[in-house]
Structure formats: C-alpha cells, structure tokens
Design a protein around this ligand. Structure first.
Ligand code: FVH
Length: 289
C-alpha cells in the first residue's frame, strides 16, 4: 500500500459500495468502510479495509468521504446527525438522486462547511474499475481535480460543471433512453411470443438491429440542435404509417399498447401540428413544456 494515498471512507456497503471500496483498496488507498447494518464488510476487511463500528469513527478516518447509499432520503438520514463532524471534509455523493435533490444536498453541505461533489455512476457493480465503467461528476471543481486519480479507479471520470445537479441530469437522460429502449424490446418480445418465438431468439436479432439503428442518433442530434428538420427521407408522416401498422399488428397479436401507443400518439400529434414532412427527430419538440 502506498503511504501517500488519500485515506478514503466509504459509507454504504450495498453492491455498489462494496465494489467501490474494493477498487480503492486495489488502488492502494487506506480505506475505511461503514454500513448501517453490520456484517457487510467481512470481505473488505479481509482485503485490508478498516471496518468502522460507528459512522463518526468512519468519517474521522477519511480525508475523502464517499457516500453510496440507497437514495436522497438515506443520505440525509445518515449524514444529518454527523454534519458537524463532516465540516471541513470532502464528501463525494455517488448515491443516485434527482438533479434538484443533488442541488439540495450541495446547499445543505455548503451550509455545514462540507466540500461537496455529486456523482452519477454509469456502470453496474461488476463493471467498476473495468473498461466501459463511466462516472459523471458536478459540483465543487477542486474536489474533482484534487481527487481525480482516486475517482478514476472506479472508471472514466468526467466533470460537468459547478451545478451539482448536472451530472444527475445526464444520468437520468441516459437512463430514460435505456428504459424506453428496453420497453420497446419487451413489446417486441411479447409480439413474437404470440407466434411461439422465444425472447432469447428475438434478442439475438434485436441486438444487431438496435446497434445499427442507434448510429443515426448523431444525425438526430444535428436536426434537434439546428432546429431545422427538413428531410426528404423517413418523415414524421412516413413513420406515422409504420406506427399505425405496428399498433394494428400488436392488437392482432393480443399485445397491449401501453408501450407503443404513446409513441404512436406522440408522433401523430407532430403530424397533426403541420409537421408531416419533417424528420422524425422533431418529436423532441412536443416533449418540452
Ligand atoms: N447497483 C447498480 O447497478 C446501480 C448502478 C448505478 C448506480 N446505482 C446507485 O448506487 C447507489 C447504491 O446502490 P447499491 O447497488 O449499492 O444499492 P443497495 O445494494 O440496495 O445498497 C443500499 C445501501 O444503502 C444503505 N441504506 C439504505 N437506507 C439507509 C439509511 N436510511 N441509512 C443508512 N444507510 C442506508 C443500505 O444499508 P443497509 O440496508 O445494508 O443497512 C445499503 O448499504 C444507489 O443510489 C443506486 O441507485 C447502483
């Protein structure tokens, strides 16, 4: 273990907290761990971590305190009682919160003299420290710069600015794309199941198709950013016809419209709003209040 590595405390030893603590240990950081429910630190302690019996003892050990708890409420539940002890320390909060919750926590921290950086983990616990793991940060820039080497033990580390909520906004935008895409997969799997096709067989076809089609997202981004949706291919009206047919086919297959219905209706509203010849990327406009 290197002597000059920053001592780090990890609060929360769920699947993600354990993965982060293991990466810190591997990177040579003196690592203290704490969990509300005792007994989740056994493997980490065997690997060299100090298991703290109390939250106060845990934060005393770390120059850098990383919180990786369930949600916004659990961060307050854990940190509010020890706010005074955290004063002057640096907290990196990797708990998933909404942008406004992250900003609220940043304000709470500033009010207690705590230096705060918010983070969003774009990885599963198994991916931590592996290629493909990405973490997004926003809040106090110096925290990111001073502790960048430690943060990069978890995965690629990127800083998005002083607004503590912006990392979370990116996180939720990415998650929205992921959930909607998975929902589309479930809809397709339900359609094919009506014909006795297994979901696994469908997945084998869906993966290359989705991989190929997502390449057009850059073009969609250009339409959206320019505000010019002029196109001579794949207009909103062209896609209306496709979505109408998918809805009919779904009904015939006995599959509900909970997923595809809103997509069809949203596209139709843009067509009805005199945008029938525009590129399908115009659908973004109808989403903004
Ligand atoms: N796991 C994943 O794939 C995702 C990937 C993206 C980012 N998330 C977020 O990371 C946070 C932690 O996730 P996790 O997977 O470690 O979650 P759990 O295994 O459920 O562990 C939750 C820990 O939170 C502790 N906890 C809950 N409530 C409180 C509280 N009121 N006071 C103190 N600690 C609390 C819980 O402790 P215990 O139940 O064992 O006592 C766990 O240590 C999360 O924000 C994900 O969205 C992970």
């Amino acid at each position: 273990m290197a002597d000059n590595q920053t001592p780090v405390t990890v609060l929360g030893l769920g699947a993600m907290g354990r993965a982060l603590a293991a990466a810190l240990l591997k990177g040579g950081h003196p690592t203290t761990v704490w969990n509300r429910t005792p007994g989740r630190d056994t493997e980490l302690v065997a690997a060299g971590a100090r298991g703290a019996a109390t939250l106060s003892g845990a934060v005393r050990d770390g120059d850098l305190v990383i919180a990786v708890l369930l949600d916004h409420a659990s961060v307050h539940a854990a940190l509010d009682p020890i706010a005074g002890e955290l004063s002057g320390k640096t907290v990196v909060n990797l708990t998933t919160t909404t942008p406004d919750e992250a900003r609220e926590l940043a304000g709470w921290a500033a009010g207690h003299g705590i230096v705060y950086l918010d983070g969003a983990i774009i990885a599963t616990p198994e991916m931590i420290g592996q290629p493909g793991s990405s973490l997004l940060y926003s809040g106090v820039r110096e925290v990111f710069e001073d502790h960048r080497a430690a943060l990069e033990l978890f995965g690629t580390a990127e800083y998005f600015g002083e607004d503590a909520g912006i990392a979370s906004l990116y996180d939720f935008a990415l998650l929205s794309g992921m959930y909607a895409m998975f929902a589309g997969f479930y809809h397709g799997a339900a359609m094919l199941r009506s014909a006795g096709v297994s979901a696994e067989a469908f997945a084998a076809r869906a993966i290359p198709w989705i991989t190929a089609t997502v390449q057009t997202l850059s073009e969609a981004g250009r339409f959206i950013d320019s505000g010019d949706y002029t196109t001579d291919v794949q207009s909103l009206n062209f896609n209306k016809a496709a979505l109408d047919a998918i809805v009919r086919a779904s009904r015939n297959a006995g599959v509900g419209l909970d997923v595809i219905g809103p997509v069809k209706n949203h596209n139709e509203r843009q067509v009805a709003d005199r945008h029938r010849d525009d590129a399908i990327a115009r659908n973004v406009e109808g989403l903004v209040y």
